[in-house]
Design a protein around this ligand. Structure first.
Ligand code: RB5
Length: 147
């Protein structure tokens, strides 16, 4: 199950991603927002981040105007590694190297086709693991635990 979240700026692009997932039979849970009425992006970043750390959803996808605010907010939740992606290679590598569990992108930055390609790359990639990547992701967790 993939957790989806957006603010008003990301609403149209997340709606397009939902259609893309429907066509592929990918299961998702939509945590809102559900219209273009102005809302505060940290609220939706928090809902998606909590769904991922609780295990309710395996991965999360967030969309706002830039992807930046969503990613900053999601990364405040312990256990979240959220990456802003504007092209598919970053989306693949953030899974493989950083074990990212959320991606964020900006509806003011990318279009539907790129967002679809980013989601496909993120969902089809796996954490590469191995000594190097395990150690580095472990060091991120150490930083988090020292806060
Ligand atoms: C909303 O106006 C905008 O600030 C938001 O969508 C996002 O870009 C924040 O990072």
């Amino acid at each position: 199950m993939i957790a989806l979240g957006c603010d008003h700026g990301g609403f149209n692009l997340i709606s397009a991603i939902k259609k893309h997932f429907d066509e592929q039979g990918i299961a998702y849970k939509d945590f809102g927002t559900y219209s273009e009425d102005s809302v505060d992006y940290p609220v939706y970043a928090c809902k998606v981040a909590n769904a991922v750390v609780s295990g309710e959803c395996e991965l999360g996808i967030l969309c706002c105007g830039t992807g930046i605010g969503m990613s900053i907010a999601a990364n405040k939740v312990k256990g979240i590694r959220a990456a802003v992606c504007s092209e598919p290679m970053t989306a693949r590598l953030c899974r493989e190297h950083n074990n990212a569990n959320i991606i964020a992108f900006g509806a003011r930055i990318i279009g539907i086709a790129t967002a679809e390609a980013i989601c496909d790359a993120f969902l089809s990639a796996q954490f590469a693991g191995g000594d190097r990547h395990e150690r580095r992701v472990g060091l991120i967790t150490e930083i988090e635990n020292k806060r």
